[in-house]
Design a protein around this ligand. Structure first.
Ligand code: FES
Ligand code: FES
Length: 157
């Protein structure tokens, strides 16, 4: 089946198998390997990307489902040479160790920071419940997101 999709601002047109998972399309066809595969069962969140502005688990979608959509992956989040405030904050606060979960954490946060009115530690922890990290204990991830939220209040992204 032929799909037309815009990924990180670039238009693509590909013939794909109807059963091809979106995460495999991104990684194997487009070579956007910043999106990771952890569980492939919609549990860990490491494959999170945005589809038409909403955080979505790309292991839980077929490539054909994004026909006509706009997709954003971690590779498209930075603005030219400038890191996104979330990327900066994760770097500043040591919000990662092995980094396997990081792209998914950042893509999830980039969505909910636009919507959450309560940016307390507890509400951020709750909003992250679909993303698992086996290294950090989450403390520095939440701290990073809180720092980014402060910065984004001053300069909306
Ligand atoms: Fe998609 Fe784990 S790989 S949720
Ligand atoms: Fe290793 Fe989160 S930093 S899984």
């Amino acid at each position: 089946m032929e799909i037309h999709v815009k990924v990180n601002g670039v238009e693509y047109q590909h013939e794909v198998e109807p059963r091809l998972l979106l995460v495999h399309y991104l990684r194997d066809v487009l070579r956007l390997t910043g999106t990771h595969i952890g569980c492939e069962t919609s549990v860990c969140g490491s494959c999170t990307i945005h589809v038409d502005g909403k955080a979505s688990k790309s292991c839980n979608m077929l490539a054909v489902q994004v026909d006509g959509c706009e997709v954003l992956t971690i590779e498209g989040l930075a603005m030219k040479d400038e890191l996104h405030p979330l990327q900066e904050a994760f770097r500043d606060n040591h919000g990662l160790q092995c980094g396997f979960c990081t792209a998914g954490m950042i893509m999830t946060a980039a969505d909910f920071l636009n919507e959450l009115s309560d940016l307390s530690k507890e509400s951020i922890q709750d909003a992250l419940k679909g993303n698992l990290c086996r290294c950090t204990g989450y403390h520095n991830i939440v701290k990073s997101i809180m720092q980014a939220a402060e910065k984004m209040k001053e300069v909306p992204v």
